[in-house]
Design a protein around this ligand. Structure first.
Ligand code: FAD
Length: 385
């Protein structure tokens, strides 16, 4: 995000502070956390003290009082520095906003300050072994029993899953109603019985980030933990918040693209082949020029998304375009940068190899790129009506 038009002095200071924190607190632990597939619990408290949690949540709820750009700077810098263990984009960039936008005033007062301090670690549990893209196909149920919901079901691939103690669980409150029967219920795991964490999953990349299975066996949660004032709002709430998640994913991809180009420019300028620098070869120059063009186009599209998000006018199609286009471009750029590194590009000691592992998920997360195109096509079809 180095020379982007949206950067200003305040955001640059925030980026520098975040970078310092990542350098001193995350990077030295990255290999150990990658082996344990999870960060140490204490790092959440430290990130809270450093002001990196809930930066886009109002100060009255313990947050940093910033906006989308403050969060984007924090998440993008973390991805760029290849220390992805702390699942802050889900905690602060996604779940905190569900709470801010849909929880009751007393719940916001109760949960958000604890999230900002790292006392609560948050997760969003939508995906199940049998249903990912097709959210309406979920089988987790929340049945009402007096003043409680009783939750039964299983979730998988959940970021922060093995640590989280505040989980927004997407469940069916009325299985006969399709999308209108879906609700989001907040489970405070320290206060319930019947909740169990499964395996922490071994992944292609993002090795230090915790991704786990969750099981709910007759978990009783007060009805007050329903997000929103009535049942059946879950699907609408997801659709509303997913735009933000998609733009965050695209920002993170853009930062990874930028890092890959930087690494490759440095590598090709010092690597000698056939008596010349690799960078002086026409193929390297043209490939790097193509990569830089894709980065510049991504920045332009994301500038528009960021300003529309801030105004509240970002539509679903534009967010979907940014998500699929930027993450596809990132995949192409990083792949090309690996190629320009030769064998070194396949060695994990080179940042470009770790970028290659980490960015593959961007095309799958936050709605797969195929689903993004389906959403855009649906909007196109509306023109025929
Ligand atoms: C590292 C990681 C972290 C994650 N974190 C979370 C999390 O915190 N919370 C959470 O709930 N989930 C999380 N997920 C799950 C992620 O959101 C899903 O994997 C994703 O939505 C895709 O769902 P799926 O895996 O079931 O694939 P499927 O939906 O089964 O898709 C398989 C393939 O079919 C294609 N496809 C599906 N439907 C269509 C269609 N209509 N038209 C054309 N093609 C289609 C897809 O594009 C894909 O290529 C995470 C996943 C990973 C890997």
């Amino acid at each position: 995000m180095g020379n982007s038009v949206w950067m200003n002095d305040e955001l640059e200071t925030l980026r520098d502070n975040a970078r310092r924190f990542y350098q001193t607190e995350l990077l030295p632990n990255e290999d150990r956390w990658a082996k344990q597939q999870c960060v140490d619990r204490e790092i959440w408290y430290k990130a809270g003290e450093a002001g990196l949690l809930c930066a886009g949540i109002p100060e009255e709820y313990g947050g940093g009082g910033g906006d989308f750009l403050h969060e984007a700077v924090i998440f993008a810098e973390q991805a760029r520095m290849l220390c992805s263990g702390l699942g802050n984009s889900v905690h602060s960039g996604i779940v905190a906003h569900y709470i801010k936008n849909f929880a009751s005033e007393s719940q916001k007062q109760e949960w958000l300050p604890k999230m900002a301090r790292g006392e609560l670690v948050a997760a969003l549990a939508i995906t199940e072994p049998g249903a990912g893209s097709d959210v309406q196909g979920i089988r987790t149920q929340a049945r009402k029993d007096g003043d409680y919901y009783v939750i039964d079901g299983a979730k998988t691939y959940i970021t922060n899953g093995s640590t989280a103690n505040l989980i927004c669980v997407v469940a069916k409150t009325d299985p006969s109603q399709g999308a209108k029967g879906i609700s989001i219920i907040v489970v405070e795991t320290d206060k319930v019985e019947g909740f169990r964490r499964g395996r922490t999953l071994s992944k292609v990349g993002l090795h230090s980030q915790d991704t786990a299975e969750l099981f709910f066996d007759e978990v009783r949660v007060p009805c007050a933990n329903l997000l929103g004032d009535q049942e059946g709002q879950g699907f609408k709430q997801l659709m509303k918040e997913l735009n933000r998640e998609r733009v965050i994913t695209a920002f993170v991809s853009m930062a990874c693209m930028e890092r890959a180009i930087e690494e490759t420019l440095n590598f090709t300028s010092t690597r000698q082949v056939f008596g010349k620098s690799l960078l002086s070869m026409q193929n390297s120059r043209f490939k790097l020029a193509e990569c830089e063009t894709k980065l510049t186009l991504s920045k332009t599209l994301l500038e528009r998304c960021a300003s529309e998000l801030l105004e509240g006018s970002l539509d679903g199609s534009t967010a979907a375009m940014a998500k699929w286009w930027v993450t596809d471009a990132c995949g192409e750029v990083v792949d090309e940068c690996v190629q320009l590194h030769g064998g070194a590009g396949y060695m994990l000691e080179y940042p470009v190899a770790r970028l290659y592992q980490n960015v593959r998920i961007h095309r799958i997360l936050a709605g797969t790129n195929e689903i993004m195109k389906e959403l855009i096509a649906r909007d196109l079809e509306k023109r025929l009506r």
